[in-house]
Design a protein around this ligand. Structure first.
Ligand code: HEC
Ligand code: HEC
Length: 428
């Protein structure tokens, strides 16, 4: 395999191909986990960078049209010709591709049922479509899964901005009891007792020793920083092709950028976030306790109720909205801002609301225009390909697979998880 990325359309074709090949696949799958199917085919890591990256030496460097714009010459907040912030790049093609396998592999969770991709599903804008996520063992999380598109540009991660890097962030879900619930010892044991992973890590990191945790999180960071979405109709417009947006979308963009609505002050193009924490006072769903966000301690009390301004890239794919998943639609999310400063703040909470949160009194029509504009930010053309096979031999989690394959492979994972558990006991 030379390149693992497909431009939209090819992915669909591939999926269609997979569905047609179903009966045969099912037979292989069964043979596979009963142990009589022989060794799975050898996986090779990609030697080319994903599209949007250029190979310089051994490193993939990001290349895009925004690099021609100088941020100092930006034409005010919300200007179309604004530079992007610095991105994480410089990973090798092999590290990026290894990260792709890890991202989709349920081997990384305690019960071998949940992958990163379970909650960050490519076809849902790398979210799970739920208000709050569900962990490997079915526990309800506290917040909504954010998109991972363009995550390589972010300086702060998580809704409350508590993590400074993708590497540090990854330890969160891997070892959180209400997410993948794994332990570092178990994870490294599983990877190091798998010959395919041993070989692939050695290849990606030019190493000879056992797989180590920093390599796991580096590969995950490498893959996630390759999720670039900067080729939407809005981008075509920004680069000078004015027909790319229709009249309603242009009206929506103008409201969005206006000094009345002030959306672009926080959701600043081209990333549609200024990466700041802002206290805006969105409501929790009925019956859920107040979430203090970035202001959960005495030292951070000024940020009580503060959350990181989320990117609005691919936002049409990532409902429901806000840290709590409280709003079902983009219109509803936009409407929040016109309902009055602090209207949803619970009694007894005295939040220091951001000064750009006031009462723009946008009409229903203007909110619809904003929603139409936000739809023009959709671009999934660089969606990575689903691995045809995982190094662990496990099946892709059901929620990531095309529907037709789901049932067969769930059975496979449960059986294989049992087998893995038994192996683990033998070896200890
Ligand atoms: C059980 C569902 C679940 C799983 C599994 C999961 N995540 Fe997440 N992810 C979330 C939720 C929920 C958040 C937001 C949590 C918060 O902000 O407190 C999040 C946040 C993130 C963020 C921060 C994004 C941002 O804009 O701040 C990154 C990056 C991320 N996850 C990557 C991963 C990786 C890598 C894995 C696998 C190792 C993974 N996630 C597994 C649910 C999940
Ligand atoms: C003061 C900064 C600020 C301004 C101004 C602002 N936002 Fe936001 N926006 C935020 C923050 C912070 C969040 C996350 C809040 C939360 O989760 O509770 C958010 C969330 C959103 C979301 C949900 C995104 C997601 O992935 O869940 C949408 C949609 C949105 N804003 C649209 C708008 C629109 C439209 C405007 C203008 C009418 C606007 N915002 C003005 C800071 C701002």
């Amino acid at each position: 395999m030379t390149s693992s990325w497909n431009i939209a359309g090819t992915v669909l074709l591939l999926w269609a191909g997979t569905v047609v090949a179903m009966p045969r696949l099912a037979a292989v799958t069964v043979a596979d986990f009963t142990g009589s199917g022989g060794a799975p085919a050898q996986i090779e890591l990609s030697t080319t960078c994903p599209p949007s990256f250029e190979l310089v030496g051994q490193q993939c460097k990001l290349v895009n049209l925004y690099q021609q714009y100088d941020s100092l010459q930006s034409k005010g907040v919300g200007g179309t010709k604004t530079a992007l912030p610095a991105a994480r790049d410089g990973f090798s093609p092999q590290q990026i591709d290894l990260g792709r396998y890890l991202f989709f592999d349920p081997l990384l969770s305690a019960n071998k049922q949940q992958a990163c991709a379970s909650c960050h599903q490519p076809d849902k804008g790398f979210t799970d479509g739920k208000a709050v996520s569900t962990g490997a063992f079915g526990q309800q999380g506290k917040r909504s899964a954010p998109t991972l598109w363009n995550v390589g540009f972010l300086q702060k991660l998580f809704w409350d901005g508590r993590s400074p890097s993708l590497e540090q962030q990854a330890a969160g879900p891997l070892f959180a009891p209400d997410e993948m619930a794994n332990t570092p010892e178990q994870l490294l044991h599983d990877l190091n007792s798998n010959p395919q992973y041993q070989r692939l890590f050695a290849q990606a990191f030019a190493s000879t020793g056992p797989v180590e945790l920093p390599q796991v999180v580096t590969a995950l960071a490498a893959f996630q920083s390759s999720l670039i979405s900067l080729n939407s109709r809005y981008d075509h417009y920004a680069h000078g092709f004015h027909q790319a947006l229709n009249e309603t979308e242009i009206k929506g963009m103008n409201v969005f950028r206006s000094f009345v609505a002030r959306c672009a002050e926080c959701h600043t193009p081209p990333l549609f976030t200024n990466q700041q924490i802002a206290v805006i006072g969105t409501p929790e769903p009925e019956g859920r306790p107040f979430d203090a966000g970035a202001g959960s301690t005495a030292e951070t009390a000024k940020l009580r109720g503060g959350f990181k301004v989320p990117t609005l890239r691919n936002v049409a794919l990532t409902a429901p909205y806000m840290h709590s998943g409280r709003f079902a639609s983009l219109e509803e999310a936009a409407e929040f801002y016109s309902k009055g400063r602090g209207h949803a703040v619970p009694k007894g909470e005295n939040l220091l609301l951001h000064w750009h949160i006031w009462e723009p009194k946008l009409s229903a029509e203007e909110n619809q225009q904003i929603a139409a504009f936000l739809h023009s930010l959709t671009d999934q053309s660089l969606t990575p390909q689903l691995p045809a096979q995982l190094p662990s031999g496990l099946a892709l989690p059901a929620e990531v697979r095309p529907a037709a394959q789901a049932s067969v492979s769930t059975i496979k994972n449960i059986s294989q998880a049992a087998a893995l558990a038994t192996n683990g006991e033998h070896e200890q």
